[in-house]
Design a binder for this molecule. Structure first.
Ligand code: NAI
Ligand code: MG
Length: 500
């Protein structure tokens, strides 16, 4: 995910390595205190570029989650947060954004260390988007309001938007800190309290942000952090009767599991899940821009984007020329040490993702697709995979159907607008799509016909804190970002007063 500006920043960096940061925090945050897990257990987090352990992190399970939920409940119902003026909540969120800005280099380096993403992306995309998201929701804090309702009879009726309560937030590893910001921004603005479980692959930046939240003056117990594994810490959060709402970002399979687990306590749930997004290029497009967009839309963040443009539909008459230029461009991607500011592609996050992606590359070969570039591991250490482009792909091949979550692009030729709309929609996913054309009518026809939560026209991965994001179909339920996210974190209350 990136701003358009970030995507244009290329090649002007000096090749000095950015220093790796020290890990300042590796414990649980419960009721304003940094503590070990009750069990005493820890788990290791690794640097995916070196495969070396970075740190042992306290491993929360059900007992710790219970304490965290109780702390969040207490601070929801009593203490400074419960009675704080909305504008002062906004001020605290802005203070947190100030501290993120003041510590931007350190946080960006921590993100690169734990996740493997190139430092140029951490600095130019992840961190600025975190700051922007927090500031956007800081501005909302004192603007969340109800209505007066013209009911029959001698009554005064009005609505209030009240915090949904204690929210459990479970996030993935692909944009560790940005996913925290997407979750905390609207939760804090609406006055909720939080128990967040970062992904087991990338807990470090969320823990550091927890320290900054305390430094900003966000009262104890408002934000609690329970790093650990999904089936233990994550599932305990989903099942806990003291949690009012679960916000989840991750795989569709885990989303289904969480939906089932949340049913017993009828929790409010929002989901941001997987995708297999169509990126559609018509022959009349600005081809250089479309090629750059096809590369960026798939390879950015090592292909580990829920909205990755992994099905590239190219109009038949420009197919060969387009593919030739795209392959040339894919070959210029610079793989290597993510702390080198010239690196544009880092390692995949872990062995499991690395194995899954190589499995799909293998499946592509077996199904008869043609691999024009890449297809192998890069180097001997670290979970690097070469930028890979397949042609002669058919819609039913696994590489065209499943979310691969890696640097593997499937190119699919098409002949007509109706055909490409039908094929773009022939998927269980519906997160994002893009269309490249100079024909404004065709652009809007595609934008209205493709069943996806976001459609980009002549651009890709342009994100903004104000613009809602989320999925149709099995890509999710609900929207994050923008005003839309506020309704995920509020209950609507109707008050009727007799005037008789
Ligand atoms: P995952 O969905 O299992 O993990 C995401 C988060 O859910 C993590 O914090 C994990 O600990 C937690 N979790 C796992 N099982 C849970 C459970 N039973 N109850 C509560 N929480 C649970 O995804 P994973 O295994 O890391 O990646 C597998 C695939 O998922 C990827 O290859 C990719 O296709 C997709 N994915 C999609 C993401 C997106 O942004 N839409 C992000 C990450 C992965
Ligand atoms: Mg790691």
């Amino acid at each position: 995910m990136a701003t358009a500006a970030a995507s244009k920043k290329n090649g002007s960096h000096k090749s000095t390595l950015v220093a790796t940061p020290s890990v300042k925090q590796a414990r649980l945050l419960i009721d304003g205190k940094w503590v070990a897990a009750k069990s005493g257990k820890t788990f290791a987090t690794f640097n995916p570029a070196t495969e070396q352990k970075i740190a042992d992190v306290a491993e929360a399970d059900a007992a710790d989650v219970d304490l965290a939920v109780k702390a969040a409940r207490k601070s929801l119902e009593s203490g400074p947060w419960a009675t704080m003026d909305a504008r002062d909540r906004g001020r605290l969120i802005n203070k947190l954004a100030d501290l993120v800005e003041a510590n931007l280099d350190e946080l960006a380096a921590l993100e690169t260390l734990d996740n493997g993403k190139p430092i140029r992306d951490s600095k130019a995309a992840d961190l600025p988007l975190v700051v922007d998201c927090l500031r956007y929701y800081a501005g909302w804090a004192d603007k969340i309001k109800g209505d007066t309702v013209p009911v029959r009879g001698n009554f005064f009726c009005y609505t209030r938007r009240e915090p949904v309560g204690v929210v459990g937030q479970i996030i993935p590893w692909n944009f560790p800190l940005l996913m925290v910001a997407w979750k905390w921004g609207p939760a804090l603005a609406t006055g909720c309290t939080i128990v967040l479980k970062p992904a087991e692959q990338t807990p470090l930046s969320a823990l550091r942000l927890g320290e900054l939240a305390l430094e900003a003056g966000i009262p104890k117990g408002v934000i609690n952090l329970v790093p650990g594994y999904g089936p233990t810490a994550g599932a305990a959060l989903v099942k806990h009767p003291g949690v009012d709402k679960i916000a989840f970002t991750g795989s569709t399979e885990t989303g289904q599991l969480i939906m089932r687990d949340a049913a017993a306590t009828l929790k409010r749930t929002t989901f941001e899940l997987g995708g297999k997004s169509p990126n559609i290029v018509f022959a009349d497009a600005n081809l250089d821009a479309a090629i750059a967009g096809a590369e960026f839309g798939l390879f950015f963040n090592q292909g580990q984007c829920c909205c990755a443009g992994s099905r590239l539909f190219v109009e038949q008459k420009i197919h060969d020329e387009f593919v030739e230029k795209l392959v040339k461009r894919a070959k210029t991607r610079k793989l290597g040490n993510p702390f080198d500011p010239n690196t544009t592609q880092g390692p995949q996050v872990d062995q499991a993702q690395f194995d899954k992606i190589l499995g799909y590359i293998d499946a592509g070969h077996k199904a008869g697709a043609k691999c024009l570039t890449g297809g192998k591991r890069f180097g001997k250490t670290g979970f690097y995979i070469e930028p890979t482009v397949f042609t002669e792909v058919t819609d039913d091949m696994p590489i065209a159907v499943d979310e691969i979550f890696g640097p593997v692009l499937s190119v699919l030729p098409f002949k007509s607008t109706d055909e490409v709309i039908r094929r773009a929609n022939a998927t269980n996913f519906g997160l994002a799509a893009a269309v490249w054309t100079r024909d404004i009518g065709k652009a809007h026809q595609i934008a209205h016909s493709v069943r996806a939560g976001t459609v980009w026209v002549n651009c890709y991965d342009v994100f903004d804190a104000a613009a809602p994001f989320g999925g149709f179909k099995q890509s999710g339920i609900g929207r994050e970002l923008g005003e839309a996210a506020l309704s995920n974190y509020t209950e609507l209350k109707t008050v009727t007063v007799s005037l008789g």
